[in-house]
Design a binder for this molecule. Structure first.
Ligand SMILES: [Zn+2]
Ligand SMILES: [Zn+2]
Length: 254
């Protein structure tokens, strides 16, 4: 009986793969049929992964971005050496270059939500030991305002967070933090402008946060750190013990 069920599921999957073949988020080619689910090979062409700018070498001990030559000695990027960081530390998988910008825009604005799972799987694998060392109570996404959620249909940060939680076995929660204000776009604003723009934008539920010792906040792109910082401030105020960040991409250290 169980075997038959598996067979039906497999046939269902094959049907989907034949009529709606999965495309590689990097080159948009059809992925060869028959790769086992939840493997990198089922989500992208393996050769395309080499095109991505994985963060390697010395990284900022606070935000996790790759350090510029000038900052390698201090261990802090230019932004983190200038601003107070209330989050414990954050991790980032990729440097935000032109290719990463295109892929993240596809996921966020062009409804290619299915591409998110490749990056969640890569992030879950890359930071498996860090996450097990932190041992957070839960993984949560940076929330979007309900109006934006209605318009877009999904929150891209939640796609990543839910998938990373599934791969690592850490509980996923969405009830701790909401975006209570619709803010204007952050693009073009400096750190101070962004912090001002985000003032009062997030609201944490104190009764839900009280028992949370530590959590990991997931976002798609880390630029100046203002979003992570604004969320952290609100979560700590509501009683969360420690906040860590995990971002799929991080801007370069300048
Ligand atoms: Zn490809
Ligand atoms: Zn930094």
């Amino acid at each position: 009986m169980k075997k038959d069920f598996r067979k039906i599921r497999y046939l269902g999957r094959s049907f989907e793969e034949v009529f709606f073949p999965r495309r590689c988020p990097i080159c948009d080619d059809v992925i060869p049929f028959g790769e086992p689910p939840d493997t990198i090979g089922a989500l992208a062409c393996r050769c395309c992964l080499r095109e991505l700018s994985f963060i390697q070498g010395p990284t900022c001990r606070k935000c996790g971005r790759a350090l510029s030559e000038a900052n390698k000695g201090s261990g802090l990027c230019s932004d983190c050496s200038r601003h107070i960081r209330m989050f414990e530390r954050s991790f980032a998988l990729l440097s935000y270059g032109p290719l990463e910008r295109d892929i993240m825009s596809d996921i966020k604005y062009r409804s290619k939500r299915s591409s998110a799972d490749l990056f969640s799987l890569l992030a879950a694998r890359r930071f498996r030991s860090e996450l097990s060392w932190i041992s957070p109570d839960c993984i949560i996404p940076v929330p979007v305002h309900k109006n934006r959620l209605r318009k877009r249909g999904y929150n891209q940060a939640a796609l990543f967070a839910r998938d990373i939680a599934r791969h690592t076995g850490i509980p996923f929660r969405e009830d701790l933090l909401i975006r209570s204000l619709e803010t204007k776009a952050q693009k073009g604003l400096g750190y101070e402008g962004r912090i001002l723009n985000l003032q009062g934008a997030f609201l944490a539920d104190s009764s839900a946060c009280r028992d949370v010792r530590s959590l990991v906040l997931v976002d798609d792109i880390y630029t100046t750190g203002s979003t992570l910082e604004a969320c952290t401030e609100e979560l700590l105020r509501a009683g969360v013990g420690k906040v860590y960040g995990l971002c799929i991409c991080a801007g370069r250290d300048t």
